[in-house]
Design a protein around this ligand. Sequence first.
Ligand SMILES: [Zn+2]
Length: 474
Amino acid sequence: MKQIILILGLLSLAVNTLAEVIVLKNGRSINAENVWIEGEKVFYEGESGRVSLPKSLVVRIEEGSGEDSLHSSAQVDEEIVKELSGQIQTLPPDTEGVVRNGKVDEDRLKSIASIANQGELELQTAVKAYLIAAVFETLEKRIVNASRWAEDALRLARRNLDALLLAAHLDIAQQRPGEALDHLLLAQSMAPNSPDVLTLLGYAYYATEGPEKALRYWRQAHSLRPDDILQARIRKVESEGEVVADFTQSSSSNFQLSWEGSEIPSAFSREVLQTLESLFQELQTALDFVPREPIPVVLYTQEQFTNVTRAPNWVGALNDGKIRVPVQGMTSMNQELRSILKHEMVHSFIHQMTGGRCPVWLNEGLAQRLSGDTLQPIGVPLARRYAASRYIPLEKLEGSFMSLATADVALAYGQSLAAASIIESRYGAYQFPFLLKAIAGGATMDQALRQVLRLTYQGLEEEIASDLIRRYGR
Ligand SMILES: [Zn+2]
């Protein structure tokens, strides 16, 4: 009898440490060490820390074999990192020598942490050391590392306000608003009128509950301590709020669709959602990636679209974290809308995959190629440009096209498509996810080309030129 109890005990231990599988509605599954449900979210331990998923995406959670684990690269929202960077205090005096030769000395940190339990002073020193490491890594834009140190500080001192704020900030930057909220609600209970707490709460609520609640917190923070960057964010969201206020919402497992209900028949919106879902499936395979958070899609009539984005006229649709598509006069799905949705959805996938680090030419090249664009309509003029060496070097197209002269915009898109097409035809479309993962891992475009395709930028330009001239040159 005693023996049976012992065996049962061992069994339950084994079950606890076995990997579990989170089965998603979209057909994919995630292997995870430790899965639990809180409210509307499913949490698990990912490679880069705790990860949350909306419960609506999950079919079931089962015990698994531990194989075929989904790679969970961290998603970093660069725009938020930039906006919040003003909130990061400069590095506190590093009296313990945590940062050495431009990097965190992990051995030093470990030895400081190992004596944290010996007394209050040792504990405070260890917390401070972790915070120094976290702030340093944040300033160096190594968000995943920073997050790890901030969480370590919190493990030692759960109610340390600096650690709570930094951890929340880093969660927001990594698009984990639910976890940020956990830290912030505790911080708020300790410092209810701190502008830092209120500002971060605004960001977390913006992602989880929408603009109205976020604006309340941001306005309160701004009135306590005026801040230009926050003011700009408030204005931007207010201008969006005016338009979105009379929109109705609907969502599927992977999308949050908003539109102007009075003008778009419900049959049409259902069609849009169905199309989005099927495009989502296609892109998961093409890019070997499953976005974690639902993708927001806003359908606009033409004039509202311009109001919200203030984008140059040549932009037909836009993706600034939300897919914004003008649909004035449309009543049913057609090929053009499908292709626009797919183009913008490629950007959403790539943004989440690379944390916004993907060079624009590759991003636009993939969006065009994967949404079915071909070189046929532009091949001849493009070939002429390359034959006369009057093209824009791809390296100059790594940044936004919004700043290009209007006359160069079409050329930039054409070259981007040509580059994606040549990579596809010479090296294989399966290389695209590898390129994106290299970039997500910190490689520059030049390094990613060398690592994945054994190709230099110049080599790529030469292949594009010879291919275009061969096919379309006259
Ligand atoms: Zn695009």
